[in-house]
Design a protein around this ligand. Structure first.
Ligand code: SF4
Length: 477
């Protein structure tokens, strides 16, 4: 088997040594490089350019619903804690207007094969409210009505009556993602997310019965009070649920950035060795159970579209993580949502006041973004190839991007040499491959191609402030 798609090999000493802070590369440049001089006019220009391409890309529509009824203490998402139903109505009215504004920019024949409702908690909205948002999307865009559509919604089992699942399926949703994190009651109490196993099981069963074809669950290792025994029991229960995809993220404790995390008792967090053990346990348990390691925290059953895309070299990466349909323009709508259109990224305002103010004046709430230059476009492709295909083929890359790889990326190849010596990557005259040992650490070789991170590190070193180079990034493990 190609080593870059083989099961990852956990080598504890290397994983510990390379556990550095770094981006997750759901975009390149990463969002910390977006700037406020990029506005709605730039965004409209990017859409016009993408409409004018000989074969315009399909669309992926992202709708952000920021509300949650209570705060999970580990959370780093853009969300607003409220129990006020009135907030949902006010938000929905603006969302309908924004959807219409966005739809008016895109050529009507561009198919929206993907829809994703994320949050926050999309199921904070009632079924009628979600139906209104879907109807607005249907008026503004050409939604795929075929069986190949991928209409996904993040479901908080604590907020959904299993009886509501058929109604969501009738609205077109055929994929669902369920936050679990950990089933251990002691951990759930420590993170303020009480969610019994039976509740999750019943909602997932209702989703299957309603015809949802793909179910995803999210887990987090590194939470307070987690132990190997407790997390092993959680993994066993997750395997009972037989999800199609599993994402297992490492908890990033950044209380200076995320206010809710200040309510976590740092003394209850697992130490570095335990955290490594939790990761090792997760990888071994899921791989032994037959799941394919997709890359960077993601696992899928072998018959799932992500696993097939990995094997067939079609895997892509974007703001929603890994995807089998990556050659799309992403249209982000709602608070803080990010659009990725051609060679531009645009992000909406992060406060309701700014968002509502723009929309009520008939303007898109774009607050910042970036145009990629030619170097960014090349590096975005290089980083995506490493994270998705585990390989960069020099000749193929040179042919596509008009480069002379070993000359143009000599600095990067030199930076990779120690990683090759440690066995994370293999470099020969034909290309770079991530080894099974390197698969759990693929962010590290990807960082070698991040010129903006390198510049930030150099500036931070000059200022004698190393933390300034990676201020918002989680550790690799
Ligand atoms: S983890 Fe999800 S449900 Fe919990 S506060 Fe964050 S966005 Fe809301």
């Amino acid at each position: 088997m190609d080593p870059s798609i083989a099961a990852p090999e956990f080598r504890r000493s290397l994983v510990a040594r390379y556990d550095l802070a770094g981006p997750r590369y759901t975009s390149y440049p990463t969002a910390n490089h977006f700037h406020p001089s990029f506005g709605a006019g730039d965004y409209r220009c990017a859409v016009a350019q993408s409409n004018a391409e000989p074969i315009p890309r399909e669309l992926s529509l992202y709708v952000h619903v920021p509300f949650c009824a209570s705060p999970c203490f580990y959370c780093g998402c853009t969300r607003l804690i409220t129990r006020s139903r009135g907030q949902a109505e006010a938000y929905l009215q603006r969302l309908e207007t924004e959807i219409a504004l966005q739809g008016s920019l895109y050529a009507r024949d561009r198919l929206a094969r993907q829809v994703h409702f994320g949050g926050g908690t999309p199921t904070f909205l009632s079924i009628d409210e979600i139906a209104r948002a879907m109807a607005a999307l249907g008026r503004a865009f050409r939604l795929d009505a075929s069986a190949t559509r991928e209409f996904a919604i993040e479901i908080d089992p604590r907020t959904v009556d299993p009886a509501a699942l058929p109604a969501l399926a009738e609205l077109g949703f055929n994929r669902a993602s369920f936050g679990i994190q950990d089933f251990d009651p002691a951990v759930q109490a420590a993170v303020n997310r009480i969610q019994p196993f039976e509740l999750t099981r019943d909602v997932m069963a209702a989703a299957r019965a309603a015809g949802f074809g793909s179910l995803n669950v999210d887990l987090i290792y590194g939470l307070p009070r987690q132990s190997p025994d407790g997390f092993a029991a959680t993994l066993d229960r997750v395997l009972e649920l037989a999800p199609d995809r599993i994402a297992a993220y490492g908890y990033a404790h950044l209380p200076a950035l995320f206010r809710a995390q200040r309510r976590i008792d740092a003394a209850e967090l697992p130490d570095a060795a335990t955290r490594l053990g939790l990761l090792e346990l997760t990888v071994r348990r899921l791989v032994d159970a037959g799941y394919v390691y997709i890359g960077m925290d993601h696992f899928a059953r072998p018959d799932d579209g992500l696993a097939r895309a990995l094997v067939e070299g079609r895997l892509r990466r974007n703001f929603q993580g890994y995807t089998a349909h990556g050659d799309v323009d992403i249209v982000g709508m709602g608070l803080s949502a990010i659009s990725a259109v051609g060679d531009a990224y645009a992000q909406n305002a992060k406060t309701l006041g700014d968002c509502y103010g723009a929309i009520d004046s008939g303007r898109l709430p774009v607050a910042r973004g970036i145009w990629l230059d030619a170097d960014d476009v090349r590096r975005r492709a290089l980083i995506e190839r490493l994270l998705c295909q585990g390989r960069i083929d020099f000749a193929a890359f040179d042919a596509e991007f008009d480069t002379f790889f070993v000359r143009d990326f000599a600095v990067e190849l030199a930076a990779l040499a120690p990683l090759a010596a440690d066995g994370l990557v293999e470099i020969d005259r034909r290309g770079i491959s991530i080894t099974p040992v390197g698969r759990l650490l693929m962010r590290v070789p990807a960082m070698a191609f991040d010129a903006r991170l390198r510049a930030a590190r150099a500036a931070a070193a000059r200022a004698d402030d190393p933390a300034a180079a990676t201020p918002r990034f989680s550790k690799v493990v």
